[in-house]
Write a protein that binds this ligand. Structure first.
Ligand code: SF4
Length: 96
């Protein structure tokens, strides 16, 4: 159904016949970590997230998985291994 309070007219899974079913009956404002994210929208209570009703929870366990401004950096080290030798070493190790 469409939100009638924070983001009027926006489709929201938390809006039901009796109003907003989210905790305390409303979305929460974005947090400092959200600054720069493209998902921030202006609601009637100030800046809110267009995807997550509680940005605090999204950042509680580290990086928000919806964030557009920060990504997890994965470093892949270029290992120079001869696959044939590695296979022989592995086979030799199993014989013991
Ligand atoms: S997607 Fe995550 S980082 Fe972006 S505004 Fe929403 S809660 Fe904040």
């Amino acid at each position: 159904m469409q939100c009638q309070t924070v983001l009027p007219g926006t489709e929201c899974t938390f809006w039901c016949k009796s109003g907003c079913s989210y905790t305390n009956g409303s979305c929460e404002n974005v947090v400092a970590d959200c600054e720069g994210c493209e998902r921030i929208v202006e609601g009637t209570i100030g800046q809110v997230c267009s995807l997550a009703p509680s940005p605090t929870h999204k950042w509680a366990n580290g990086l928000c998985n919806f964030a557009t401004h920060r990504k997890v950096e994965v470093k892949i080290e270029d290992l120079k291994t001869n696959p044939l030798k590695a296979s022989k070493k592995a086979a030799a190790g199993k014989k013991k």
